[in-house]
Design a binder for this molecule. Sequence first.
Ligand SMILES: O=C(O)CCC(=O)C(=O)O
Length: 310
Amino acid sequence: MSSATSQDGSRLETVDPSGFARVAPRSGSEIAAAHWDEIRRLDLVDNIAELEATGLTVVPPHKVAMPGFIARLRAGVVAVTERRTGGPVDVAGTTEAVYAGGFGRQMFYLLFEEEIFQEAVLNPTALALATYLLGDSCILSNCLAGLKGPGGKDLQMHCDNVMIPAPFPPYAQVCNVTWALTDYGEGSGELQYVPGSHRYGRHPLPGEGADALVPVRAEAGSLLVWHGNTWHGAAARRASGLRINLIVAMMRPYLRPQEVYREHVTAEILARNPPRFATLVGQHLNYGWQQDGPRQIPGSYLSGLTHPFD
Ligand SMILES: O=C(O)CCC(=O)C(=O)O
């Protein structure tokens, strides 16, 4: 951490001497044009249309990552799970009851545990879609894995605007970027959602929408991205073995992340990653001040957010 005094006497503070200053402020039209170029470069126009129309999109593996990345990501999840639980994880074989249920067994707070999770949150396809929904200034809320074995109950219908009261704005405040690390097929314990529900602007009532649920089918290596307003749940798994995913929840920077990254990210992790990573873990946020007032952070977003891509 370093700090300096600016010309007007206010405190300037950066987290790392190399600085995480964002690109120079651009106009709304420049920001929109740059994002549109990135969306086209990554061949995501259809996915943006699907997100707009239905509230969720499935991006096939060839648009997401090089072959091999998914195997490394899945191996990372398995390694952390084995380390934390002290037992072997048998992806295709029999599983203990603790893996059953709508979410399965969850491994929380993975971001700093292996570099592969940092690579996943920085994946250009994931970031382009999250940025479309939440703007450049979005931050990470959580990064967790779900390992779901057979049995247990379905995951109840909900949307990811946790603790946000209705009516919701039509723009996303939260989004979910889920990496399918095994196939989402029949009986797999697949995600289910209600197409168009991102426009309802409220949480589902108990039992509501169950007759409109559509199963999400996806090949391992796909990215499932949905709007925070979208109603969804997940079926209990019927097949043997495990459904494995990595769930990355993201949010606009005025919301409170579920996992604490901003205060716990190390200088070494920040230095190893590109500038966008610092933003994702809240290094441009100056909320949380005491008597000295707001931290003056170069590149902070707080002075006038005007554009949906901010
Ligand atoms: O794991 C799933 O398929 C569902 C996850 C989910 O509902 C959520 O992250 O909000």
